[in-house]
Design a protein around this ligand. Sequence first.
Ligand SMILES: NC(=O)c1ccc[n+]([C@@H]2O[C@H](COP(=O)([O-])OP(=O)(O)OC[C@H]3O[C@@H](n4cnc5c(N)ncnc54)[C@H](OP(=O)(O)O)[C@@H]3O)[C@@H](O)[C@H]2O)c1
Length: 403
Amino acid sequence: MEALLSSSPTLRLRPPLPPSSSSKPSLSVSTFTPPSTKTKTNFPFHRKSSQFKPKRFLRVAASSSARSATETAVDSLTVPSQMKAWVYDEYGGVDVLKLSSNVTVPNVNDDQVLVKVIAAALNPVDCKRRIGKFQATDSPLPTVPGYDVAGVVVKVGNQVKGLKVGDEVYGNISEKALDGPKQSGSLAEYTAVEEKLLALKPKNLDFLQAASLPLAIETAYEGLERAGFSEGKSIIILNGSGGVGSLTIQLAKQVFGASKVAATTSTQKIELLKRLGADLAIDYTKENFEELPDKYDVVFDAVGLGEKAGKVVKEGGIMVVLTGAVTPPGFRFVVTSTGSTLKKLNPYLENGKVKPVIDQNSPFPFDKVKEAFAYLETNRATGKVVVYPVSEEYILEKMAQNM
Ligand SMILES: NC(=O)c1ccc[n+]([C@@H]2O[C@H](COP(=O)([O-])OP(=O)(O)OC[C@H]3O[C@@H](n4cnc5c(N)ncnc54)[C@H](OP(=O)(O)O)[C@@H]3O)[C@@H](O)[C@H]2O)c1
């Protein structure tokens, strides 16, 4: 299995975007054929597919100089009172998810913006929440799931200072993943988000790539920070190929200056982990990491291996536990969404040191969200599972402007 290592022309399967003209405010638009998928998806414009060649996929990236054109495009879109959204009104498996055309577009509080969703990504927490694992602290049903979003600001609240209509943004829309997460999430045409949870989309990334990042990269960063990870320390990441682990490898190496990064995965993903920056990629189907001689300053457990994981912590070291039982010297935390982390990491994304990793079965179009969740729930996804496009009008307008 080959994941898409986005934004690096040398590493990705997709061709790079053409260079954008600096003299003319313009959009970089390219087309490419998506990699073959096991899941039959209706790429990409499920509603207006007649306008497009089948199996072609559009990538749109705006240069910063395209701002005024962007604003014109967004101003021309009126916000309806109702929208399409995925909803569930009872806890259960993927079949409780229903695509509804008449969900009320959320109101915008003073500190919020309304985002027209162009791409969204799935996270295991969406699945755990949907099956009712967090009922005690969940917001009331019915729920529109989805934490990760990339899209365009179409409305701003009275107190919003740093964002304006037309800004292309990304973020994790629920400040606390488990404690009263948003009832109206990102798997919808519009979502209301606090300004403080968002950042401007990195200039070099398209919406699909940007949507793949927020919750996973915030988890990776917060976990490393809470563990006191710093230059010269060593780390082992258990589950280096998942949404969180694939970014944790990169942050440990590129942002925190790790002396050694080890990570576990299965046979087919070993090469990917090395390309992400792992000094040592351990095939968990062939070797027991806990029987190897190496010990680490930090163990980052994104599997939930409990005591076994604790065996490879150096004396004085620490263990970050994302899921499952916590055993000494471990600690568990639940990610807090914050736009400031994304802003801090934007330079690393923009200079290509940290790259989105997108599963090759992505993107799933909006009407295939159930299939996307079923795939994520196999626990075999590599990097992120992304839903794109959610709203296509914005992209169509930008294309039209660019013709
Ligand atoms: N506490 C928090 O704030 C927080 C935040 C985010 C995520 N999480 C939790 O962290 C966990 C990971 O999240 P994620 O988004 O990275 O999940 P994910 O993307 O769904 O993880 C899928 C990956 O897990 C790998 N995997 C499965 N079993 C493994 C094993 N025994 N050893 C090593 N790799 C294994 C798979 O690789 P193979 O196909 O090679 O097996 C696959 O690539 C989930 O339980 C999630 O709920 C917690």
